[in-house]
Design a protein around this ligand. Structure first.
Ligand code: EPU
Length: 439
């Protein structure tokens, strides 16, 4: 896998054509650890080829799993031979979703040993609700020196009633994974309802689990002794699709997005329509067209089905181009405006106060050297670069590659002038084919 260094975008070209949306990152990063519960071979299809999924597969391999790529996007995982191993720590420290190993290890071994998770930095990211859930299921937890060690004294977790004090995607998923093979019934209340939570429940059920209510406020998990092998295809990535939607809204043009679930995109489509973007929906595709000036609107991020926090930086770029004043309120994370200073370098007029950003529309953005501060902040820089006048150089694109499969190749196919430039040890070498740009 080639590590890339920066993207160079010559902006101002409208986007035209069709793009295939990849499988959902946040479903994949839950389902790969959950595969540890499966007795036998589990085939996962529509898996996004991004660095976060590759790291999680590597973690399973280091624990003794057999991982075999059947074709791009399809992988067979056999966890028959897995055991706990400290060799995984260099990977678990670098990704957020490694916290799902707590639930899957407890479910598989009755004990867990991993590190505190890494991931994008947008303020404090506590995991107290994950821990509360595991303790309710009977685990003792010891956290110290960056390590998390958990153990179920009876060797198998026991079903329980758990109320989450905060609507948390991660805690909902982690408890669901742990409860799948616990003894008896677990009822999880005040859960998150994101599409990937339903996808994880469907995955586990297809392997023999008994989970009901995913997609509502209460999930009921009747624990089973073991899960069996099978095959499962992941849902498309809501946020990747949303990012392409904002790219078309910002740069103009008309693009058909294939392999999407339009219902999952409604929260994003609604806002873009308010701004004057035309969106038509088919069964598994949508067409996004923008050929007129953008109108201002307000956006508040909320847990699903609200507007996704993971789309907040990208929609901010579109709001920068809308006439008048728009207001963004971040309703999920404490500190998700780190990208604003970068956008200001491109001529954006944004004032941040706490969780609110006031965006004054400008005639256009101007290309500039900027950095990807985190995954979605980086995606916003790409959207900004596509619509800006002149050249934008984005550094630290390694963040973007954690979550977007072949973003450079996909945008080039839509007519964008974007190139990925390799590490400084190969100065000046341009990677322009989709293969070279993928991570
Ligand atoms: N929270 C707690 N305690 C907890 C867990 C969460 O207070 O134990 C708080 C958080 O601080 C935050 C809120 O609850 O204020 C929601 O956090 P959540 O647990 O839902 O977030 P997460 O599971 O850590 C996942 C995604 C994020 C996405 C959020 C919200 C993964 C690996 N990450 O994070 O995705 O922003 O849900 O939808 O699934 C991204 O893809 O760019 C990304 C950051």
């Amino acid at each position: 896998m080639k590590r890339l260094y920066k993207y160079i975008i010559k902006g101002g070209k409208p986007l035209h054509g069709e793009v295939e949306i990849s499988g959902a990152k946040n479903a994949a990063v839950a389902i790969i650890p959950a595969a540890m519960l499966v007795d036998g071979v589990c085939r996962i299809e529509n898996l996004p080829q991004i660095s976060d999924t590759e790291k999680l597969l590597r973690i399973l391999e280091l624990m003794g799993a057999q991982v075999r790529y059947v074709s791009p996007g399809t992988v067979d995982i056999d966890c028959s031979g897995v055991s706990l191993s400290d060799r995984i720590f260099r990977y678990t420290r670098s990704i957020r979703a490694s916290y799902y190993l707590i639930g899957s290890m407890l479910g598989r071994f009755g004990k867990a040993r991993t590190t505190m998770p890494g991931g994008c930095n947008f303020g404090v990211r506590p995991i107290d609700q994950h821990i509360k859930g595991m303790k309710a299921l009977g685990a003792t937890i010891d956290i110290g020196k960056g390590l998390i060690q958990a153990e179920s004294p009876e060797g198998r977790l026991k079903g329980a009633r758990i109320y989450l004090d905060k609507v948390s995607v991660g805690a909902t998923i982690n408890v669901m994974i742990a409860a799948a093979t616990a003894k008896g019934m677990t009822i999880i209340e005040n859960v998150a309802r994101e599409p990937h939570i339903v996808d994880l429940a469907n995955f586990l059920n297809s392997m023999g689990a008994d989970i009901r209510g995913a997609g509502t406020d209460v999930i009921k998990v009747r624990g089973v002794e073991r899960l069996h092998g099978g095959s499962y295809s992941l849902i498309p990535d809501q946020i990747e699709a949303g990012t392409f939607m904002t790219a078309v809204a910002a740069a103009g043009g008309e693009v058909r997005l294939n392999n999407v679930i339009p219902r999952h995109l409604e929260c994003i489509s609604a806002k873009l329509r308010e701004m004057g973007v035309a969106i038509t929906e088919g069964d598994d595709y949508i067409v996004v067209r923008r050929d007129c000036p953008l109108e201002r609107t307000n956006v508040k991020t909320l847990p699903y089905p609200g507007f996704p926090t993971d789309m907040q930086p990208q929609i901010c770029v579109v709001l920068c181009l809308a006439a008048g004043t728009s207001v963004i309120t971040e309703g999920v994370w404490d500190n998700r405006y780190q990208y604003v200073n970068e956008l200001k370098k491109m001529g954006a007029e944004i004032t941040v106060s706490g969780k609110t950003a006031v965006v004054e529309g400008v005639r256009s953005l101007m290309g500039a050297p900027v950095a990807a501060r985190d995954l979605r902040a980086g995606a916003a820089m790409v959207v900004a670069g596509l619509c800006a006048e002149g050249t934008t150089v984005i550094e630290d694109v390694i963040y973007i590659e954690r979550g977007y499969q072949n973003i450079v190749g996909k945008l080039r196919a839509l007519g964008a002038d974007i190139a990925a430039v390799s590490e400084p040890d190969e100065p000046g070498r341009m990677h322009q084919s989709s293969q070279e740009s993928a991570c």
